[in-house]
Design a protein around this ligand. Structure first.
Ligand code: SF4
Ligand code: SF4
Length: 302
């Protein structure tokens, strides 16, 4: 079994499924949502993130350890040549001030299971478990399946947070493998979906239908972004789709937040698209009420 590429393990997560959860962030995502709050999860390879404000005057520890000569250090600045960087992570290990962090480390199945099972006492006492998020966890199907199977053997509740953009054959393989799917659904209109995420929503809709038809437990999560998907037409059409797919257990509205902008700078990337914002509180409540008129159970912000 090849190892998986994981960029974070979050303990005591409260918003990624029921109870207290351990959330595992898989690296690599097929979408490029303009509002992505985990840009370090997009590329399926390790990446260096630099927090220049932490860099110590006169220090060159990272430069000395970089065999690829990918670090350019002048008196006041530090730059990474991302074409040369191999993602080995030596610079992050050598840095005395955590100015460099490596997003994405290879982890084998027993290592990840150990991290999950360490938290069992919190899972058991709260009705929680483990959530596989990202990035897109279904982009690493063999690794994910092996971890899910072991969690099931150990009776740990599992949730898979997916964007749904995977081959239907892959989604079929995971039917019955997770206790819960957190299914991100952004936009009904295909052209608008392409504009804001970079991909069509056809296979996403097919995969959502597949999960519903096979009686999987699914929470549909909609990120709410002003001017992107908060119009009544989109919300109405989404509600009709969810209602038609009987058995989906809840719609969760997740207002956009822009806490990730600093991460883009640390990766030397520019956020895609315009500066985005969440709809106003009153608009959020109005859209929640609109969804509820379709007989759906809706939560806001969780
Ligand atoms: S991750 Fe490795 S190759 Fe990249 S800058 Fe750091 S030490 Fe150099
Ligand atoms: S090792 Fe850390 S503190 Fe030292 S130069 Fe590199 S980034 Fe700055």
């Amino acid at each position: 079994m090849s190892p998986g590429l994981v960029f974070d393990v979050k303990k005591y997560a409260l918003h990624d499924g029921p109870g207290i959860r351990t959330t595992i962030f898989f690296k690599g995502c097929p979408l490029r949502c303009a509002w992505c709050h985990n840009p370090e999860g997009q590329l399926a390879k390790p990446e260096v993130m630099v927090k220049a404000s932490r860099c110590l005057p006169g220090c060159r520890a990272c430069v000395k350890t970089c065999e690829a000569r990918a670090i350019i250090r002048s008196k006041d600045t530090l730059e990474i040549n991302r074409y040369e960087c191999t993602g080995c992570g030596r610079c992050a290990d050598a840095c005395p001030s955590q100015a460099i962090e490596l997003a994405g480390r290879l982890m084998d199945v027993p290592e990840l299971l150990q991290k999950i099972f360490q938290d069992e006492i919190f899972h058991d006492s709260s009705g929680g478990g483990v959530t596989f998020s990202g990035g897109e966890p279904l982009m690493q199907p063999d690794f994910l399946e092996a971890v899910l199977d072991e969690c099931r053997r150990r009776k740990v509740h599992t949730a898979v947070d997916t964007c749904g953009y995977v081959a239907t054959a892959v989604m079929k393989r995971f039917l019955g493998k997770a206790d819960l799917f957190l299914f991100d659904f952004k936009l009904m209109d295909e052209a608008r979906h392409k504009k804001w995420t970079g991909v069509s929503n056809r296979v996403i809709r097919d995969n959502l239908a597949l999960l519903a038809q096979n009686k999987q437990k699914v929470v549909v999560r909609i990120p709410l972004v002003a001017g992107v998907n908060d119009d009544e037409d989109n919300i109405r059409r989404t509600a009709e789709l969810v209602r038609s797919l009987k058995g989906l257990i809840r719609v969760s509205l997740l207002p956009y937040h822009n806490l990730a902008r600093e991460k883009y700078h640390r990766l030397d990337r520019t956020p895609q698209g315009p500066l985005l914002a969440a709809p106003s509180k009153s608009d959020q409540e109005r859209l929640k009420a609109l969804l509820e008129t379709f007989g759906l159970t809706v939560t806001l912000g969780e």
